[in-house]
Design a protein around this ligand. Sequence first.
Ligand code: IPE
Ligand code: IPE
Ligand code: MG
Length: 238
Amino acid sequence: MIDNNEKKCRHLAVIMDGNGRWAKAQGKPRTAGHMVGADNVRTIAIAAAEMGVEYLTLYAFSTENWKRSKDEVSYLMKLPAIFFKKYMKEFLDRGFRIRIIGEMDDLPESTAAVLKEAETESEKNTGLSLNIAMNYGSHREILLAAKAYAEDYKNGSAGDLDEELFESYLMTKDMPPVDLLIRTSGEMRISNYLLWQIAYAELEFVPESWPEFTPEVLRRCLEEFRQRDRRFGGVKNV
Ligand code: IPE
Ligand code: IPE
Ligand code: MG
């Protein structure tokens, strides 16, 4: 028996990789790749919503990306302001809800302010949940969750820990687990992304860089996802 829910990709996560290499191949600076990449976030968010995705979680800046040049980091910190200025109105019209995962406290004040404003402005929306991972790292997330739980346990406000309770301390609380994780640009690694949340996700690694990742490529990925036999540790029902 086919369970339609099993076949539906409710939560899609994407490691948007390859902006820099794409730009270099065109003889442009890496930042030009990030600019085109940001525009593509809009294109893919709209396409994903139209294809029935409910949660789209995009890796925009990792806790490890601070190692990059000062100029590149500073450009990436300015991008959210440019991005939301261009597209926020359209996102609101489409009913998208913006959520940020990651440690906002360590971002430049102006970047954090723009991100918080996008969250607040869209918090009542019920359409696509567009989650941007900014200064996000899974190790940090799990560590912070463990610390917060320990604190609550110590002061008596939390009981025994189980999976469900632990999830409520993660930055993705209230979101379903990831169904499909796509990484662009041919790298086959997870790079500290959503380690808890992808426990039973299907994984797809596509050769296209993020700026080349079109709605058509997304459609192919979702089609491939529907062909997968998700067993969750059980035995296939034939
Ligand atoms: C992904 O593209 C965007 C970020 C990590 C911010 P990259 O900047 O990693 O591009 P490549 O992988 O160097 O080509
Ligand atoms: C992962 O890409 C982070 C983002 C897409 C934001 P990276 O390009 O930083 O990952 P590595 O360094 O190749 O593992
Ligand atoms: Mg990269």
